[in-house]
Design a protein around this ligand. Structure first.
Ligand code: FMN
Length: 307
């Protein structure tokens, strides 16, 4: 069976994945913490925690709240910063066979470009995922992803600053995600990933205050899956670049729905908190489905629900 997919078919350093299953940014750290939990090397790609130019402490606690069928987080991009990532993490990734995609975030367009430039040519970094969709930072983030012009401006700046393949990660919090997707594809994105979390809140009725230190957070997990699936279906029908589906994927059946909607690959996020083996179980379940259904190439399933 052939499960391999190309995420940047037109880019000169093609982003070749052995299979379509990836981690979702921010839910498996830098991968180095998880090597004892499951064999990361079996994944199609590993996406690391969002990285900024400077280290960030993130938002005040509490930063996580469980909700029915979902998780609300307001981490606020806590991370070690790009220099520490290059010094401490990239050398480890350079020894891995699984490609590592570095998720980048910034509050200003020029900082996205600086990050992209800094990561260009770093051994161990195979591609960038440009997060223009974080709901948990004061400026930038989802503001860029909500507007087609701003989204295109960030994409163009990153495109100019790096020779790495780039995925641009979209927010569901926009009135027209198709226009945003088309704008970033036109501006040079090799692939589009979606979705990031949906903004929400929880109130602690005993304290009569918002539960999260940041007041609001981003909702992820099974609760957002139908929303994510529909947005992937819409975007995959509107752009020529590969689409990576994300949002509430916990099982192979979930992943197959996204693939049939038009996703070339999928990311597993919140499900890993409950079950660290979830990404591998998703992969194994896809393999079993293909064997059962007599499918020889994953390409036969991509967009199958669209015809
Ligand atoms: C705790 C946590 C941290 C996250 N951090 C990031 C991040 O740094 N960058 C990013 O692009 N997305 C981040 N996300 C969003 C996920 O990558 C993903 O888009 C979202 O959670 C939906 O997928 P899921 O339902 O499978 O978790 C984070 C999500 C969670 C739950």
């Amino acid at each position: 069976m052939n499960l391999s997919v190309q995420l940047a078919p037109k880019h000169r350093s093609v982003l070749h994945l052995a299979n379509p299953v990836m981690t979702a940014s921010g839910t498996s750290g830098y991968g180095t913490e998880h090597s004892h939990l499951f064999d990361i090397q079996r994944l199609g790609a590993f996406v690391c925690k969002g990285t900024t130019l400077e280290p960030r402490e993130g938002n005040p606690q509490p930063r996580l709240a469980e909700t029915p069928s979902g998780l609300l987080n307001s981490i606020g991009l806590q991370n070690i910063g790009v220099e520490a990532l290059i010094k401490e993490k990239a050398p480890v990734w350079a020894t891995w066979q699984v490609p590592v995609i570095v998720n980048i975030a910034a509050e200003r367009v020029q900082d996205y470009a600086r990050l992209a430039h800094r990561l260009d040519g770093v051994a161990g970094v195979s591609a960038l995922e440009v997060n223009i969709s974080c709901p948990n930072i004061r400026a930038g983030g989802a503001e860029f992803g909500a507007n087609p012009d701003a989204a295109a401006e960030v994409t163009r700046a990153v495109r100019k600053a790096t020779s790495l393949p780039i995925l641009v990660k979209l927010t569901p919090s926009t009135s027209d995600i198709v226009r945003v997707a088309q704008a970033v594809a036109e501006a040079g994105a090799d692939a589009i990933s979606l979705i990031n979390t949906l903004r929400g809140m929880v109130i602690d009725i005993t304290r009569r205050r918002p539960l999260l230190g940041n007041i609001t957070g981003g909702l992820s997990g099974p609760a957002i899956k139908p929303v994510a699936l529909y947005l992937v279906y819409q975007v995959a029908g509107a752009v020529a670049v590969p689409v990576v589906g994300c949002g509430g994927i916990a099982t192979a059946d979930d992943a197959l729905e996204f693939i049939m909607a038009g996703a070339s690959a999928v990311q597993v996020g919140t499900a890993s908190f409950k079950n660290p083996q979830a990404p591998l179980e998703v992969l194994e379940g896809i393999e079993q489905f293909m064997a059962r259904e007599g499918i020889e190439d994953i390409a036969e399933l991509i967009g199958a629900a669209r015809h």
